[in-house]
Design a protein around this ligand. Structure first.
Ligand code: AMP
Ligand code: MG
Length: 331
């Protein structure tokens, strides 16, 4: 049996740090084949990967993250053909969105097939599927489909409820003692989690915002006659989307404009409240890419408060605001 047991030196579990070359990809694939856990770079955030068809491997994800078993995991596959095999109703909405946006930061919720194990879905009849675009993740998926199931469950590689990782260093500092390896593929370019679209309902519903916006989804769906809606359903429809999430240690306060932010900074200074301010880039794609690093860096100096200037609510700004509202929510 390979797993954490194999990477123990002087009774201390060691997280292998793999580099993004042929050997690193081969080692990551071997760990997956053997039922271990390896953090993988994706274009959204780093995911904690394990063989999605192996119940014992999947259980290691929940243990490492301290995540409740009822919160279902996204399965990552190499291409749309493989996605179809995990669903017994990959309908026209799923076909259209999958062929328009995969590989990319879009997750599709569809009816599951018998290939999907209960541990992935928390016993639900639906499964979430995504074909990631990151070249390294793609290479691992390809190699793993040669020697194993080719299906990788991978939630964000951080402790449950905290800030997602966008570099291999973030993963190591959060989870280094709990996982078998991390494959370093550089900084994540999108920087926030995938958009989730529920294709099992009519109209299709966006359950989580991301880089693929409602407008993009609807322009792809135009010829099908379906018009997706945004649904803020919270727990029942998309378990795990609790109100407080993506949260740093310091408390987070949000501001719509610089005037309100400056006057609060003055209040903090007068009352000796320690704070760090995050302005974010005016370019919303860069803001998203840097968001989680900025929250982590701000937390590192242990301020009482982190003050954040919100981006405009257009394009990816909608998803950035969603993550920030959750980071600022009561815990
Ligand atoms: P993440 O933790 O970023 O990997 O996101 C996974 C999220 O996808 C979960 O918290 C759910 O909200 C959603 N999800 C995954 N699988 C399902 C499913 N079978 N049914 C409903 N929501 C799901
Ligand atoms: Mg997460």
């Amino acid at each position: 049996m390979v797993g954490r047991e194999f990477f123990v030196s002087d009774n201390v579990a060691v997280c292998l740090e793999l580099i993004d070359d042929g050997e690193g990809i081969a080692q990551a694939t071997e760990i997956l084949r053997a039922g271990g856990t390896v953090a993988l770079p994706s274009e959204t955030v780093y995911g904690l990967g394990a063989d999605a068809t192996n119940a014992s491997a999947v259980s290691k994800i929940f243990t490492a993250k301290n995540r409740p078993a009822s919160h279902p995991l996204i399965i990552h596959i190499e291409n749309i053909e493989s996605a179809r095999s995990f669903s017994n109703d990959f309908n026209v909405v799923a076909e259209t969105l999958g062929s328009s946006f995969w590989p990319g930061p879009l997750t599709l919720l569809v009816k599951r097939s018998s290939k999907v194990i209960d541990e992935i879905t928390g016993g639900r009849e639906t499964v979430a599927l995504r074909v990631p675009a990151h070249e390294t993740f793609q290479k691992v998926l390809h190699a793993f489909s040669q020697v194993g199931s080719g299906a990788i469950a991978a939630p964000s590689a951080n402790k449950y409820g905290s800030v997602s990782p966008t570099t291999a260093q973030h993963v190591l500092s959060d989870m280094g003692n709990h996982i078998d390896a991390v494959l370093d593929g550089g900084n994540c370019v999108v920087g926030i989690e995938s958009t989730i679209v529920d294709c099992t309902v009519n109209p299709p519903a966006i359950l989580r915002q991301g880089a693929i916006t409602l407008e993009l989804v609807n322009s792809a769906l135009r010829h099908t006659g379906a018009v997706a809606t945004e649904e803020f359903t919270g727990e029942s429809r998309a378990p795990g989307m609790k109100l407080s999430h993506y949260a740093p240690l310091a408390s987070v306060k949000l501001f719509e404009n610089k005037v309100a932010l400056s006057s609060y900074e003055e209040h903090c200074a007068l009352n000796k409240i320690s704070f760090v301010t995050i302005l974010g880039s005016e370019d919303r794609e860069i803001y998203a890419r840097e968001l989680y690093s900025m929250l982590r860096d701000a937390d590192a100096s242990q301020p009482t408060e982190i003050l954040v200037l919100l981006p405009e609510p257009s394009d990816i700004g909608v998803a950035i605001r969603d993550r920030l509202f959750k980071a600022a929510a009561p815990r």
